[in-house]
Write a protein that binds this ligand. Structure first.
Ligand code: FES
Length: 148
């Protein structure tokens, strides 16, 4: 099968879109983040398994466009094995850079992955007040959190 080069998306975006990593759910997750993009209705759910302060496992479900799926996939690759402190610094820009860029019109899609990560880390901090996890204030870029 010959792969045609997509004129809008980098090879890495296409590769993560067609073969996304870490898709699914973690049943006994230590933290869950759910965010929705009110502009397009896309939704992402993120599950973390945390041991000590290290993110041992991460899985996601994204009901969204190709750019959202590719950025979700790349974000999970960047986060896996990192400490909470390192993970909280991962932004949608760093995910987009790791994918060799996104078309400007699709940058907002990468915010879904960043906010799902922040939401899951906040969930972990809320569930473990004794750990005194210091998270920077969560930025709301273009999506609303859905706590239902
Ligand atoms: Fe909704 Fe991309 S169009 S996240």
């Amino acid at each position: 099968m010959t792969e045609e080069k997509n004129p809008f998306y980098s090879d890495k975006v296409m590769e993560h879109f067609t073969n996304p990593r870490n898709v699914g759910e973690i049943e006994d997750a230590d933290a869950v983040g759910t965010v929705g993009n009110p502009k397009c209705g896309d939704i992402m759910q993120l599950f973390l398994k945390i041991d000590g302060d290290t993110i041992k496992d991460i899985k996601f479900k994204t009901f969204g466009c190709g750019a959202a799926i590719a950025t979700s996939s790349m974000m999970t690759e960047l986060v896996k094995g990192k400490t909470i402190e390192e993970a909280v610094k991962i932004s949608n820009k760093s995910v987009a850079e790791a994918l060799d860029g996104l078309p400007p019109a699709k940058m907002h899609c990468s915010v879904l992955a960043e906010e799902a990560l922040q939401s899951a880390l906040q969930d972990y901090a809320d569930k473990n007040p004794d750990k005194k996890i210091n998270l920077p204030e969560i930025k709301h870029k273009s999506t609303d959190h859905d706590h239902n």
